[in-house]
Design a protein around this ligand. Structure first.
Ligand code: ADP
Ligand code: MG
Ligand code: MG
Length: 207
């Protein structure tokens, strides 16, 4: 099996397992600001991807990302199902290899698609806050020519910090925008979910 594809599938497996392990925490965060299902919604998608990814070994990276988009679309539902489907479909369009510059372009395309169709921007207390932080940080690390291990560490930290910082943001998108700001003292569930899978992904790809 192609080592690049092996690495991608390992990263996907670790990311899905990390998301599933955090189902309860993500549901609790979504209970404060929404309807309490973000963790379960993501777990449905992650479980479907884990079930299927054994059969993706002969595929190219772009086809693998399109399969992830289909899993999201078909099994998740909710706001995050649709948005993840858009994210991975857009990212797939540029996913030709595993170079950092390519991953950075894929992230940018995914962010643009989520923002275009979801109508939110960074600062609106959504998954976009964590995604844009990961993208800018990766862009910076590429400019600095940091080592892969350093890139993984710095990007994960930037993404986690951005997810945490949504606790201080006014919600302007999703169900949370209908909830009083003083009830939104904890971070956005969707942003925390992004930080979980980005960290798992980065850690796996950096070794
Ligand atoms: P819901 O139950 O409201 O349908 P989920 O629980 O699946 O949605 O996902 C909620 C998460 O989706 C939020 O925490 C937020 O990060 C993200 N989200 C919701 N609406 C948007 C949007 N318009 N743009 C970007 N992200 C959004
Ligand atoms: Mg929800
Ligand atoms: Mg829901």
């Amino acid at each position: 099996c192609d080592p690049t594809i092996n690495a991608v599938l390992k990263a996907i497996t670790n990311a899905c397992q990390a998301l599933i392990a955090n189902e309860v925490q993500l549901n609790e965060l979504d209970t404060l600001a929404g309807d309490g299902d973000c963790g379960s919604t993501i777990k449905r998608g992650a479980t479907d991807i884990l079930d299927k990814c054994e059969t993706w070994k002969a595929l190219s990276i772009d086809k693998i990302l399109l399969n992830i988009a289909s899993s999201a679309e078909e099994t998740m539902g909710g706001a995050s199902g649709g948005l993840y489907s858009l994210f991975f479909t857009a990212a797939a369009g540029l996913a030709k290899d595993l170079n950092m510059a390519t991953i950075c372009d894929c992230l940018q395309a995914g962010v643009n698609a989520v923002s275009k169709y979801g109508g939110a921007e960074p600062g609106d207390r959504t998954m976009l806050d964590a995604l844009t932080a990961a993208h800018s940080s990766l862009q910076n690390q590429i400019k600095k020519k940091s080592s892969p291990k350093e890139v993984a560490k710095v990007v994960s930290k930037a993404c986690c910090d951005a997810a945490e910082s949504t606790a201080n943001m006014k919600a302007r998108a999703g169900r949370a925008s209908y909830v009083a700001s003083n009830l939104l003292a904890k971070p956005d569930a969707g942003a925390v979910a992004v930080s979980i899978w980005i960290e798992a992904f980065a850690k796996t790809l950096a070794v």
